[in-house]
Design a protein around this ligand. Structure first.
Ligand SMILES: [Zn+2]
Length: 230
């Protein structure tokens, strides 16, 4: 898992800091949280190909969080992006994306799937969940959590001692199921251990609120930007 901070500035970018964008690279996924103006150049500087982006999570529709989306989509289309770009955002995202596609003349097209987030756990993949909760920022704004699932690992020393061979029996134990080996029942607790998944949280443009706390709870990496105390 790798976290790349592409932009951390507020409304006006500075010489050193770009508009908001953070990329989570995890296995084959590239989850871009917000995509402010200049995000493409930041990806280039970070040595990350734009085609690595598989999902865009939009926290809210202030320009400094979304102005990079049309440019990124144009580049992906030019580069013959061959997957479906999943875009998640708050209520109203569908209409705003439609307006964006109407406003610009996109000569090449990519396939996009737009989702308006209506529940806390809005995505479940093989290895992780994505969650969102509303924050307090004047317009509808979401904070996000990326939650890796716990993984069960085999205790090889114990397995070897018991003589369990590699293959489907170990697979069953790893998926949390008991097996019978040489007439004896073996439970996953005897031969495996659980590695707790990591949690990352992204909270931007809000006053302190309970949902921000809930998102940051038990997070190994709570990313908090533009926390306003007014
Ligand atoms: Zn804002």
């Amino acid at each position: 898992m790798q976290l790349t901070f592409l932009g951390t500035s507020a409304m006006v970018p500075t010489k050193e800091r770009n508009h908001s964008a953070v990329l989570i690279s995890y296995s084959t996924e590239g989850i871009l949280i917000d995509c402010g103006e200049g995000t493409q150049r930041q990806l280039k500087i970070a040595g990350i190909k734009p085609s690595k982006v598989t999902k865009i999570l939009i926290s809210h529709w202030h320009g400094d969080h979304v102005l990079g989306i049309p440019g990124l989509i144009q580049t992906l289309a030019k580069n013959e992006y061959d997957r479906v770009l999943e875009i998640y955002g708050p209520k109203g995202t569908m209409e705003r994306m439609k307006n964006m596609f109407r406003a610009f003349s996109f000569e090449d097209k990519i396939e996009t799937r737009i989702h308006e987030i209506t529940k806390k756990r809005f995505f479940e993949g093989k290895d992780f969940f994505l969650e969102a909760l509303p924050l307090e920022h004047g317009i509808i704004t979401l904070g996000f959590s990326f939650i890796e699932k716990d993984k069960r690992r085999i205790r090889l020393d114990v397995v070897r001692k018991l003589g369990i061979p590699d293959g489907p029996l170990l697979g069953k134990l790893q998926s949390g199921k008991s097996i019978t080996f040489k007439g004896k029942k073996i439970t996953p607790e005897q031969v495996t251990y659980v590695v707790k998944g990591k949690k990352l949280s992204f909270i931007a443009d809000t006053v302190p609120c309970n949902n921000a706390l809930e998102l940051a709870m038990n997070s190994q990496c709570p990313v908090i930007m533009h926390w306003s105390l007014q």
